[in-house]
Design a protein around this ligand. Structure first.
Ligand code: PLP
Length: 360
């Protein structure tokens, strides 16, 4: 079999072999004692990673499914969607596709969303029930000031629910579900948690679950109240992705063994190293003070052929990511998520330097 390249792309991320192999364990029934034991091992680990004592759920889906769950369960009519990149934009489209009255608040790509901008938009739309916010915009390398935004919303509009996409941040950058008063936090398995794709996880506040009771047409598969009812007996409503849960069982324990704060710090150090390198050799797309801890979006100020660079990197068993959508050619992205270690990054940078030196 061809050797797969080391992934410096923002998901799926590198999965250690031991975790991948855990999926091959023999199958069990999902209405069995063995499954409930697995469920009960995974739940407290998830709570620790989401930093919550509240409800957490997992489901066989990618993060996109939980975008839909969030607006479908927690918005009766109107939601404010904060947008400063492709994923904020897509969550807004999901809200519209689910028949919600969604108000877009757009901020220039590459800039962070300021708490004042959110408060000003809420003042203009006082009947909004919730906001959607992407913590870490994977398309631009911007990490929004989630804690400050949540604080400002709680202070000025305490009734507004805070729905957060932490797809490319949870496990790689600080996020405190309970302490920051977040109502719904979602993530996918294939980013900073370094699991294969196919699972989505979320934390849900008590007041969000109460709100869901008043929202009609929550759908079926992603109905949070049904998920909660089954979770109370250590089960899921539909057949869960058991193989992936075997991997999660092991990987979530490994994450906590490393220590969540140590893991955040490892990501921060890698971001710092990469940002310093990018500033010296190119530039950075994201504005200062709002830069991601989990991926770096390099401004292609030298106009290099990113495709050619990636071909060279492939020959060295590595792959990075081109710019997202309209940023293709103008930027390229290097992800340092999950199980990527500082020495992996150093090896990558040495290869990029070699390629740059060989350019005319
Ligand atoms: N949100 C963010 C910030 C992402 O980066 C992505 C995917 O890259 C998604 C949502 C969509 O997640 P999924 O592909 O797991 O559905």
């Amino acid at each position: 079999m061809e050797q797969a390249p080391m992934l410096f792309i923002p998901g799926p991320t590198y999965v250690p072999e031991e975790i991948a192999r855990a999926q091959a364990r023999p199958m069990i029934g999902h209405r069995s004692r063995e499954f409930t034991a697995l469920f009960e091992r995974i739940l407290p680990r998830l709570q620790a990673i989401f930093r919550t004592r509240g409800r957490v759920f997992f489901i066989a889906a990618s993060g996109t499914g939980l975008w839909e769950a969030a607006v479908r369960n927690l918005v009766r009519r109107k939601v404010l969607c904060l947008i400063n990149g492709a994923f904020g934009e897509r969550w807004y489209q999901v809200a519209l596709a689910n028949g919600k009255e969604a108000v877009p608040v757009s901020v220039e790509w590459g800039k962070g969303i300021r708490p004042e901008q959110v408060v000003a938009a809420l003042e203009e739309h006082r009947d909004v029930e919730a906001i959607t916010l992407v913590h870490n915009e994977t398309s631009t390398g911007v990490m929004n000031p989630l804690r400050e935004i949540a604080g400002a919303v709680h202070q000025t509009f305490p009734g507004v629910l805070i729905l957060v996409d932490a797809v490319s941040s949870l496990g790689g950058a600080p996020l405190e579900t309970d302490a920051w008063g977040l109502d719904f936090v979602l993530t996918s398995s294939q980013k900073c948690l370094a699991l294969p794709p196919g699972l989505a996880f979320c934390a849900v506040s008590e007041r969000a679950l109460e709100k869901a009771k008043e929202v009609p047409h929550r759908g079926y598969y992603f109905d949070l109240l049904t998920l909660a009812r089954y979770a109370d007996r250590g089960e899921t409503p539909a057949t869960p992705a058991i193989s992936l849960l075997y991997a999660a069982d092991l990987q979530l324990a490994r994450i906590l063994e490393e220590g969540l704060e140590a893991r955040w710090e490892r990501h921060r150090r890698m971001a710092e190293r990469l940002q310093a390198w990018a500033m010296e050799r190119f530039g950075l797309f994201a504005e200062d003070g709002y830069r991601s801890w989990t991926l770096t979006c390099v401004a292609n100020t030298r106009g290099i052929d990113v495709g050619a660079l990636n071909e060279f990197l492939r020959s060295r068993g590595k792959v990075i990511s081109s710019g997202y959508g309209p940023l293709k050619g103008k930027t390229f992205r290097i992800a340092h998520m999950g199980e990527i270690q500082p020495h992996h990054l150093e090896e990558l940078l040495a290869d990029i330097e070699e390629w740059l030196d060989a350019q005319p």
